[in-house]
Design a protein around this ligand. Sequence first.
Ligand code: DX5
Ligand code: ZN
Length: 226
Amino acid sequence: NPTYRIAPSILSADFARLGEEVRTVIASGADWIHFDVMDNHYVPNLTFGPMICQAVKPHAVTPDGKPVPIDVHLMVQPVDELASAFAKAGADYISFHPDASAHVHRSIQNIKSHGVKAGLTFNPATPLDMLDWVIEDLDLILLMSVNPGFGGQSFIDSTLRKIEAVRKRIDACGKDIRLEVDGGIKESNIRAVANAGADTFVAGSAIFGKPDYKAVIDQMRANLAA
Ligand code: DX5
Ligand code: ZN
């Protein structure tokens, strides 16, 4: 089975202690740090820009100092200039919503031109057919299992069928592309999301909303291994 990755979203972290929160959640077992970037234009909420990524980057390390991937999820329109700014601010993965870019293939190439891994993010009702033409260029496909803009929402069950469809596409193209799912993921449903074909899991409120981050992440891993 694939190497599962747990990517806590800092959207639900204590923004007044962000560096400390990132160190703690990594020490508690997080594999990636998921940055939910919202511009109050593409989605009706506003979070943070490249400067926060720059500020947090030195704290995205394991206790013995190993850097942990920063997984930037751009819920912004337009895409390209912010994608370049986040690349310069230390992002390791940058994914964007194709409906927020006038030229999806070019936006993917722009991210890769900075030496950063590129991903596309599909909302619950967004069709997948453009993958026919760009899947080979991707390092990540991010499926929204909630409507983008807010943490703490409930998982949309129809996403399970969509995960299965993307898993088939990834397996057919034979490239090493991570399948990440974002929104409403808890200890109780992570196994079903993995069974549908996901290998990377965003969780915000399920982790940062709890007093013991390690207990939650350990339980998620136990449920994945069951
Ligand atoms: C939505 C955000 C959230 C966040 C995860 O725009 O992308 O999905 O990452 O939030 P939870 O895990 O609290 O649903
Ligand atoms: Zn996200």
